[in-house]
Ligand binder design. Structure first.
Ligand code: CO
Length: 298
């Protein structure tokens, strides 16, 4: 029987590429705006507006993680937090018609360039080995080797992931350490690879803050604001993550609390290392090709 041919020129891949192209530009422009004294909200809104101007849509709220934070932090409504001399990770996503690209970069204002370099170099090493047939654990082994070579730890309970249609996290996951999963990449797979390096223990835990949510079960709610919020969620975001500050209804925080208590949406608590530690992150999205991969976000 003939092997299934994947058409990498098909429209879905063109959309992935367009999302990646927008994201490459937005990542660089946004990173340039991160400076001591600038507000998180200004930077997040700049990135999200720029994505729309360039013809895409944010695939999830811009994640701005500081120092021990690794993921899922985004500004609250009216947030007035400003950057200090910190390690800042920007994780940004774009979709075109539901087809995604996902990228991240560390902006180091803390004076720890080696930690930022560790996740950058780990990603480069990972990209080198991506090709059809490579096991996801082999990619993780490359990441782990580079990061431990710098004297740091990879964050092992955060992983890269496949990107589906209107889905930000699908299989396969791409571990950040050597682990045998028995899963190999195939031509046409679209995956985000995202090494995290830390001077902490390498395992994140859930913090108290929660600003990012996604739809879990679409069931009716009575409260007017909650109903408005749910309409916007199902039409605009579908199953993609969104921020409280994206909701157009008044009393958005109350509306979300109701949706959460009814099990309609679920929240993503900020994930962090222990206080006093730092985390760096670098991420690209790739399309697996016959002889390697195409990096859509470079
Ligand atoms: Co990602």
């Amino acid at each position: 029987m003939a092997e299934h041919e994947v058409d990498l020129e098909a429209e879905q891949y063109e959309n992935h590429r367009e999302a990646g192209e927008i994201l490459r530009q937005v990542r660089e422009e946004t990173a340039d705006r991160v400076e001591v004294g600038v507000s998180h909200l200004e930077v997040a809104e700049y990135a999200e507006d720029r994505i729309r101007e360039l013809g895409g849509k944010p695939a999830f709220p811009v994640n701005i993680s500081v120092d021990e934070e690794a993921a899922h932090a985004t500004p609250a409504i009216d947030d007035d937090t400003v950057f200090g001399e910190e390690m800042i990770n920007l994780d940004i996503g774009v979709h075109v018609d539901g087809w995604l690209a996902d990228t991240a970069i560390t902006v180091d204002l803390s004076g720890n360039p080696e930690l930022a370099e560790a996740s950058e170099q780990a990603l480069e090493a990972a990209l080198e080995v991506v090709e059809p047939g490579v096991e996801t654990g082999e990619i993780g082994a490359e990441i782990e080797e580079v990061i431990t070579g710098y004297g740091f730890n990879p964050v092992v309970n955060l992983t890269g992931h496949g990107l589906g249609h209107w889905e930000q996290h699908t299989s396969p996951n791409i571990p950040n350490r050597e682990v045998s999963q028995g899963v190999a990449l195939e031509v046409g797979d679209v995956v985000a690879i995202e090494p995290f390096a830390t001077d902490g223990g390498g395992k994140v835990t859930e913090g108290g803050k929660e600003e990012i949510f996604s739809l879990q079960t679409d069931r009716s709610v009575r409260n007017r604001q909650a109903r408005r919020a749910l309409e916007q969620i199902t039409e605009e975001f579908r199953t993609l993550p969104f921020a409280t500050r994206w909701l157009e209804t008044d009393r958005a925080e109350m509306a979300l609390r109701r949706l959460k208590s009814r099990g309609v949406v679920h929240g993503y608590p900020v994930l962090k290392e222990d206080d006093g530690c730092l985390v760096s992150q670098k991420e690209h999205t790739v399309i697996v090709t016959e002889d390697g991969c195409e990096v859509t976000t470079r």
